[in-house]
Design a protein around this ligand. Structure first.
Ligand code: GRF
Length: 209
């Protein structure tokens, strides 16, 4: 049974999609050990508690240095023997020591088709605003492994979503979530739980069943 830690910062709709997929049996072979937020007011923490999952706030504000915060975060994951770290709307920069401790065992969901609209500064609504500004006709979401760069790790899954005339950034954000993110993240976790994802030469390969 794969033990997951889900790291969040906000509303937690992607976390909810993972919880639902576990409860309905779409994800087998994985369970959420803990949900961690850097923001104590994140509704995601409440979602976890409502489902009997341990929910904890670990905020850089509560530590005198970034190093101490990084260490506490890492300790929390290693003490619980977490197998896979899932970044689901997590706005904290993942420390390099965590990437070293969890090689190809941290995944992130990003609301665009990487390598478009990604990297430093591309988070939240900004991603969709830039997609609309550029006039792309198709956008989407990507689940990828986390390496030491920003949105540069091996791509596991992607799904395209249509951009419609007259879209606002908020409307597009919601469509990308509904049509892509909430499906892709549980799918990627299930594939990893089944041992079907391998990384070779910086690329993720999905083995057929
Ligand atoms: C999602 O768009 C996700 O792709 C991005 O942050 C947002 C989080 O939303 N990384 P939620 O907290 O899961 O509702």
């Amino acid at each position: 049974m794969l033990k997951l830690a889900v790291l969040v910062s906000g509303g937690g709709t992607n976390l909810q999609a993972v919880i639902d997929a576990i409860e309905t049996g779409k994800i087998t072979g994985a369970r959420i050990e803990i949900v961690i937020s850097n923001n104590k007011n994140a509704y995601a923490l409440e979602r976890a508690r409502q489902h009997g999952i341990e929910a904890r706030c670990i905020s850089p504000r509560d530590y005198s240095s970034r190093e101490q915060f990084n260490q506490e975060l890492l300790n929390c994951l290693t003490e619980r023997r977490v197998d896979l770290v899932v970044l689901a709307g997590c706005l904290v920069v993942i420390p390099e020591q965590m990437v070293d401790a969890f090689p190809n065992r941290i995944i992130n969901i990003h609301p665009s088709l990487i390598p478009s609209f990604c990297g430093t500064g591309f988070y939240g609504l900004k991603v969709h605003e830039e997609a609309l500004k550029r006039g792309v006709k198709v956008t989407g979401a990507t689940v990828h492994f986390v390496d030491k760069g920003t949105d540069t790790g091996p791509i596991i899954l992607q799904k395209a979503v249509e951009v419609k005339e007259g879209d606002t950034a908020k409307a597009l954000q919601l469509r990308v979530m509904e049509e892509a993110e909430w499906k892709l993240l549980p799918q990627a976790i299930q594939l990893i739980a089944q041992g079907r994802v391998e990384v070779a030469d910086g690329r993720a390969i999905i083995r057929e069943e």
